[in-house]
Design a protein around this ligand. Structure first.
Ligand code: URA
Ligand code: SF4
Length: 471
């Protein structure tokens, strides 16, 4: 009997399986084991010696995708089963890829169950937003996938959640995203009796996670159990942590305790404290690299202003919305549509207008599957004025139309109210400012007459701007 120890994933199995095929090892002669299951007994996983010059065997595209999906089926015997399928195929037995075959049927069933688990995970993971003061990750989710689909789902979320930082914990692994890199930590097997005494990276990560959701002010055992099912919870070292967490909380030492467990992480870097994760705040080299405030984290990209550099009018909005964030251009969503209509009504020529926002990254909060606009804080507006200043300098527009309260405050400070400025022309440095409503204010008004009054006021402000540049 040949023992082959691999990392518990498809690529490791494939390399080792090709190697075994090349040596003509029959399925019955191999004992497949995974490094994660028996770290103490076997040490490092064997990297297949012949991987570089492993033979190629041609499998149909369908079989390749079945094998790949079935590899995530949670069953310790899967590697040996998959090898039997591959072996039979390599012997020329094509029936193994048919649902009419016993192995084939099992393969189809496994692949189907995995695809279903992937779909479920995407649909049912619920992120909870954590207190900002605790630092990253900003969102955490606990989920028990039906099969080993965390890595797959994590890629999905990494592509969709912008630069937010998050952690998805599952019973046997956790995925962390630090805004740029995805990292996966598997738990070592709990079975070995020294697991609790030798916290490894995964356990430290777990403790961090656990502390992050643990709110001693609302210590409620049944809530804890709901969040982390007892079946799993009992086997975890976190169980032992509860008394310590409670006393830490009394002593106000919770953050310290959390920092300690982060410090206990070994191996790959994981940044858990927001301050550490923040590169330089000043003098960013480009808008996309800007870290002057935290808004870059949750956004897809920065949205720069758009328009000719010789534009004589600048329209200043608040911040990109959902669609602007995805497209990277200002005013391309519903508010932008309304603004463009208003510009047309005012006869404002596009080529004389530069469109931009006071804040260049989209600020939002999750509401179900939607990203809900959140008004930027004055601190963020101030941080981002660095970029607005450059635009004011580079564009040299004579007239600025501020849309809404945030844009007005970006120029005159928070005390400048829209009510006091609306419809007036106010000098600003060597420029003139016309203040008006934000187009999304009009969109929010249900009463049609009121909405039309708001739109008319915006049109009037745009006409005023035209008069001021004498066009
Ligand atoms: N709202 C704004 O203020 N700016 C945009 O770019 C889009 C919507
Ligand atoms: Fe920089 Fe502005 Fe983005 Fe904040 S919102 S990170 S200041 S570009």
């Amino acid at each position: 009997m040949r023992v082959i120890i691999i990392d518990d994933d498809f690529d490791a199995w494939r390399a080792a399986a090709l190697d075994a095929l090349a040596q003509q090892l029959t399925p019955e002669s191999i004992d497949w084991r995974t490094a994660q299951a028996e770290p103490a007994l076997f040490g490092e996983a064997a990297s297949p010696a012949g991987a570089a010059d492993a033979p190629h065997i041609r499998v149909s595209r369908e079989l390749a995708s079945l094998l790949k999906d079935a590899a995530h089926f949670r069953d310790p015997r899967r590697w040996s089963f998959l090898y039997r399928v591959l072996w039979r195929w390599a012997q020329g037995d094509r029936s193994v890829a048919s649902p009419a075959d016993e192995d084939g049927a099992r393969l189809y069933k496994m692949a189907k169950a995995v695809r279903r688990a992937q779909h479920d995970m995407i649909a049912y993971v619920r992120f909870r937003q954590r207190e900002a003061s605790l630092g990253a990750p900003e969102y955490v989710a606990w989920y028990e996938p039906g099969h080993d689909v965390l890595a797959w789902a994590a890629e999905h979320f990494a592509a969709r959640m912008g630069r937010s930082t998050w952690l998805i914990a599952t019973p046997d692994a956790a995925a962390m995203f630090d805004g740029e890199r995805l990292q996966l930590e598997r738990r070592r097997a709990l079975a070995s009796d020294h697991a609790v005494d030798t916290p490894d990276a995964a356990e430290a990560l777990w403790m961090t996670y656990y502390r992050s959701i643990f709110n001693p002010a609302r210590l409620n055992e049944s809530a804890l159990e709901q969040h982390m099912p007892v079946r799993f919870w009992k086997g975890l070292p976190e169980g032992a942590l509860i008394p310590q967490l409670v006393s830490d909380a009394r002593g106000g030492a919770r953050r310290v305790a959390q920092a300690q467990s982060v410090g206990a992480l070994v191996g790959k870097p994981v940044q858990v404290e927001a301050q550490d994760a923040q590169p330089e705040r000043d003098a960013p080299t480009s808008l996309d690299n800007c870290r002057r405030c935290d808004l870059w984290r949750n956004a897809t990209q920065a949205v720069p202003g758009a328009g000719p550099s010789g534009a004589r009018i600048m329209l200043l909005g608040e911040q990109p919305g959902d669609q602007e964030d995805l497209k990277g251009e200002p005013f391309v969503g519903p508010a932008g549509q309304l603004l463009h209509d208003a510009m047309q009504r005012a006869g404002m020529p596009r080529e004389q207008v530069y469109l931009t926002n006071a804040v260049k990254h989209f600020k939002w909060e999750p509401r179900g599957k939607r990203r809900l606009h959140k008004t930027p804080a004055q601190q963020e507006v101030q941080a981002c004025s660095y970029w607005l200043e450059q635009e004011l300098h580079d564009v040299g527009a004579r007239v600025i139309v501020t849309l809404g309260a945030t844009a007005l405050a970006a120029l005159f400070g928070r005390r400048a109210t829209l009510a006091a400025h609306i419809g007036r022309v106010v000098p600003y440095r060597d420029k003139l400012v016309v203040a008006t409503y934000h187009p999304s204010y009009a969109l929010r008004q249900n009463d049609e007459a009121a909405r039309e009054r708001t739109v008319a006021a915006i049109v009037e402000a745009l006409e005023r701007a035209r008069e001021l540049i004498g066009s």
